[in-house]
Design a protein around this ligand. Structure first.
Ligand SMILES: [Zn+2]
Length: 395
């Protein structure tokens, strides 16, 4: 096929052999597969991506906002190198990612299109409290939402349960009451803003679903004792409400990929230690059940957390293939159009369609239903401009 691009948009899609209607340069990508630019629905651009939670967190805790801005800018370039042309940042410090979003949008710095939450709303001492978003009462929650809207965030991120990166917070139990979550959703939606809820605990997933959040992040279905406990009533409600479930396939999932070609022994060791079953397919049987029940799943990376660089998004897609029993093109769909729909940007990006922004990725080789390995990345196009060639930024 031929994809014709003009003024940054896709203006024609036709069989290659039909030729080209008028002048312009022709790029022959015969030995590659062209697809939409990847949409990574869950990253943390200011996080340090260290070998462990402590080093990852210390970057955020100890660096000034100027330095964090440079960290985020560097990571934004890595996203592009990995084929990611749209990202949703699910938690920063000091609203640094809003600054970067605007720098990129103005063409002053290279990077993907950024949707940004600012500091996640959490409890005192709760998950990622060190990002500066802790609130202690219903009144403080209202102020926090208002403040974020005034700063111009694209979404509100709330920590419905504790998380693994913050010792002292409990991933296995909720951090907010049902009323508090409803208040956040009400205030955010009134302001035309989505709500993304981080939730590992089954009870927190139930509460976030009932409150009507737009996306549930991780959705790990954990009982207070740490075992897997899927609440089927909540799955039904997630499907009925059309809530998107953002599965994060970070380093500790990438480390379980069966061929192991792209990772180190150390990564595999940590991955196995954190796995229920030792393999992706069995760890995510609940996610296949949700998919079969009609839930809208999205594949995202959580890049910035330990062992999760920003330029390996294709490994997150491969995790989706293996965990969810999907073909390459099905998994790419959950990481492009599916993700764009979750973020509400599907009219602009997420597929190779007439009228959409010409954000495109060319992966080496021909991808079909028997494909098990993705990449490497040959080219990345952003708004019709070639920005990455053979994995390197060229602008
Ligand atoms: Zn995250």
């Amino acid at each position: 096929m031929a994809v014709r691009v003009a003024d940054g948009a896709i203006v024609e899609i036709s069989p290659w052999q039909d030729g080209f209607s008028d002048s312009g340069s022709v790029v022959d990508l015969t030995d590659s597969t062209v697809m939409p630019g990847f949409v990574d629905a869950h990253v943390h651009l200011v996080f340090g991506n260290g070998d462990d939670h402590g080093s990852t967190r210390s970057v955020v805790e100890n660096a000034g906002l100027d330095t964090l801005g440079e960290v985020a800018a560097r990571h934004a370039i890595e996203c592009l190198r990995g084929g990611v042309t749209t990202v949703r940042d699910c938690g920063d410090k000091g609203f640094v990612t809003l600054w970067l979003r605007d720098e990129v949008a103005a063409g002053r710095r290279p990077g993907p299109r950024i949707l940004a939450a600012g500091p996640p709303i959490t409890t005192p001492g709760g998950h990622l409290y060190w990002c500066g978003g802790a609130v202690a009462s219903a009144a403080e929650i209202a102020v926090a939402v208002q403040r974020r809207r005034a700063r111009g965030v694209d979404l509100i991120k709330i920590m419905a349960s504790g998380g693994n990166m913050t010792s002292g917070s409990d991933p296995l139990t909720p951090q907010f009451t049902d009323d508090e979550l409803r208040a956040v959703v009400g205030a955010a939606h009134a302001a035309g803003c989505q709500v993304a809820a981080h939730a590992h605990s089954t009870e927190a997933i139930r509460a976030a679903t009932a409150a009507g959040v737009d996306t549930i992040e991780h959705c790990s279905w954990r009982a207070p004792d740490g075992t897997l406990k899927v609440a089927h009533g909540s799955v039904v409600e997630i499907v009925e409400r059309g809530i998107h479930v953002v599965l994060t396939m970070a380093g500790i999932q990438r480390g379980l990929l069966s061929d192991g070609a792209d990772h180190t022994d150390a990564l595999q060791l940590v991955a196995r230690k954190n796995s229920d079953t030792g393999n992706l397919r069995d760890d995510f049987s609940w996610a296949r059940d949700m998919l079969a029940a009609g839930a809208r799943l999205v594949l995202a990376s959580d890049a910035g957390v330990r062992l999760t660089p920003f330029d390996l998004f294709r490994l997150t897609i491969r995790c989706g293939m293996e965990a969810l029993d999907l073909t390459a093109s099905q998994a790419i769909g959950l990481a492009t159009l599916g993700a764009a729909e979750a973020l509400g940007v599907e009219t602009a990006v997420g597929s190779v369609e007439l009228g959409k922004v010409a954000d495109l990725v060319a992966l080496a080789g021909v991808i079909d239903d028997s494909t098990t390995h993705l990449g490497p990345i040959r080219q990345v196009w952003q708004g019709g401009c070639l920005v990455v060639q053979d994995g390197e930024l060229i602008i």
